[in-house]
Design a protein around this ligand. Structure first.
Ligand code: KG4
Ligand code: ZN
Length: 344
């Protein structure tokens, strides 16, 4: 089925065309230049930039696939979770195309997209497997019994891992987006220079939230980096060597927490395979560490290429096509939802 996928949930506008689960084309525009000076995504500015980019990106994806709107057999669009104003840009575009061409529309959860991104690269992953989606907005572990059959095993109780990367990078003056900046600085630092204690779930963080076996917490580590920074700063700055050591130690700690949880969760669900996805999965140390630990535990790691880990429309088109082929449809009342977990 020839399906167009559209993604606009945060600060990346993207379009992709798939046919029979094969990626024909993908276009993407980042908005880093817009948000850089604010040190984070400004929702209103994100929506406006999506508006400017969406039409040329869809046209570009169709052109490089050698297709036209008339060839399309379905449209898939991210409808949750994300910035509502940003999501609505993609949803409006998708509805317009589906209505004008009288083809089915399907709303796709962004997390389901990330969780299945590895399938595009590897074709098949032995079931059941355990997947970690680790991005700027989420850090969640799922058990996957089948496509569409997910169980949430744990999630962050405070900051997402990517959010912690972004906040630590901002504190260290490394710029935005923080993840890639920490990745680069860490390569020049000593990961054993600073030790951070394992996260403890405070009663405040636990209040009103049902605890899960494989939950995460990253705000304590972020605060520990802040404390070290404050103790050592002169005129709001620390040395370049210390910056790199702090970045490396922070990254090492986060990578250890994520990989240990993932391997433990795989053990608990008798899974022989694990999947890593989401923007933070682009982190070089995290990828290397997961491969090392999987080798030691006899588990097979599935880590997609960087461009499938960070936000993209290929994963949305892929998941959308599977749902459409299975007969699922969204109506024209499809709306944007800011928060929506899967597997709960
Ligand atoms: O999945 P994504 O592109 O967007 C969301 O759905 O959030 O993830 C973006 C997050 C940001 O927090 C960014 O700093 C982080 O992924 N990130 C990284 C790296 N590349 C992107 N974090 C650590 N190391 C990286 N190399
Ligand atoms: Zn994402």
């Amino acid at each position: 089925m020839l399906v167009l996928g559209i993604e606009s949930s945060c600060d990346e506008t993207a379009a992709a065309v798939v046919d029979s689960e094969k990626l024909l084309s993908a276009t993407l525009a980042t908005q880093h230049d817009v948000h850089e000076r604010f040190g984070g995504v400004v929702p209103e500015l994100a929506s406006r930039r999506h508006m400017e980019n969406i039409v040329p990106l869809v046209q570009g994806a169709l052109e490089s696939a050698g297709k036209t709107l008339d060839d399309l057999e379905g449209v898939a669009v991210t409808c949750a979770p994300g910035l509502v104003g940003s999501l609505l840009v993609g949803i409006s575009m998708a509805k317009g195309i589906a209505y004008a061409k009288d083809i089915p529309l399907i709303g796709v959860n962004h997390l389901e997209g990330h969780l299945n991104a590895a399938l595009m690269e590897y074709g098949e992953i032995p079931l059941p497997y355990v997947g970690l989606v680790v991005s700027g907005g989420h850090t969640s572990i799922y058990s996957v019994k089948n496509f569409g059959d997910y169980e949430l095993l744990g999630a962050t109780r405070d900051d997402a891992a990517g959010e912690a990367f972004d906040k630590v990078a901002k504190l260290l003056g490394l710029g935005y987006p923080g993840g890639p900046a920490i990745d680069r600085a860490a390569a020049k630092g000593d990961p054993k220079a600073f030790r951070f204690s394992k996260p403890k779930f405070t009663s405040r963080a636990m209040r009103g939230i049902k605890p899960r076996e494989f939950d995460f917490s990253f705000s304590g580590i972020k605060t520990a980096v802040l404390d070290i920074f404050r103790k050592n700063e002169k005129n709001g700055k620390i040395s370049e060597d210390m910056t790199c050591d702090l970045a490396a130690s922070f990254q090492e700690t986060v990578a250890n927490i994520l990989t240990d949880r993932l391997i433990d969760a795989a053990g608990a669900r008798s899974a022989m395979a694990v999947v890593l996805s989401g923007g933070v999965a682009a982190n070089r140390r995290l990828r290397a560490m997961l491969i090392e630990k999987c080798e030691a535990s006899g588990i097979k790691p599935f880590i997609p290429a960087m461009k499938l880990c960070t936000d993209n429309a290929a994963m949305i088109a892929f998941v959308g096509e599977r749902h459409l082929v299975a007969g699922k449809r969204s109506s024209f009342s499809l709306n944007a939802t800011a928060n929506e977990e899967i597997g709960v």
